[in-house]
Design a protein around this ligand. Structure first.
Ligand code: MG
Ligand code: ZN
Length: 185
């Protein structure tokens, strides 16, 4: 899979960058944020290749009253600091704080977060790639008119089995994706 002209990678968070909290819980504290193996290196590879990096993440724990915006901000501050220290600084971290019943336009599979990441970056959708582990990420990308790739971390293997051969390229994890797309540019 070639990604000619790729300039912007839009990453899901949980299951792509960090381990999902157990039992469907939320990462509510910076101490609970655990990077997936190789994820920091993956970000650094993409960054060194000159790619713009955005993170788009559903965090309905806020809307469900299980986590405050301050807690989420603290988690993201740690994530950004560690990514920067590793050479993989994130240009934007966008989140949806809403609960499903809020029927917002940003909670994936709605395309709002991805559209916002595109608008903020100033980089065309055609030069962007969404990376996710969940079917919702792929659907949001499709609705936003952005190409998507799957990683087999988090819910990725489950998602791959679910979608079958839908023409979505799949990689074992973020570092493998990063190596492959950087080599193919
Ligand atoms: Mg995910
Ligand atoms: Zn939302």
């Amino acid at each position: 899979m070639a990604h000619i002209g790729l300039r912007h990678v839009i990453l899901d968070r949980d299951g792509v960058l960090n381990c999902e909290a157990e039992g469907g819980r939320y990462v509510r504290d910076p101490a609970e944020f655990r990077w997936l193996p190789g994820a920091l290196e993956g970000l650094a590879i993409l960054r060194r290749a000159g790619l713009h990096l955005s993170v788009v993440t559903n965090q309905s724990g806020v809307g469900r009253g299980l986590m405050s915006l301050e807690q989420l901000a603290a988690v993201h501050a740690r994530m950004q600091a560690e990514a920067s220290a590793y050479g993989g600084a994130l240009d934007a971290v966008l989140f949806c704080p809403h609960a499903p019943q809020d029927r917002c336009a940003c909670r994936k599979p709605a395309p709002g977060l991805i559209q916002a990441a595109i608008a903020r970056s100033g980089i065309a959708a055609a030069e962007s790639l969404v990376v996710g582990d969940d079917r919702r990420d792929l659907e949001a990308a499709w609705r936003a008119g952005v190409a998507a790739a799957l990683v087999r971390t988090g819910k990725g293997r489950q998602t791959e089995a679910l979608i079958g051969n839908a023409g979505v390229p799949a990689y074992d994890d973020l570092p493998q994706l990063a190596h492959t797309i950087v080599a193919g540019r």
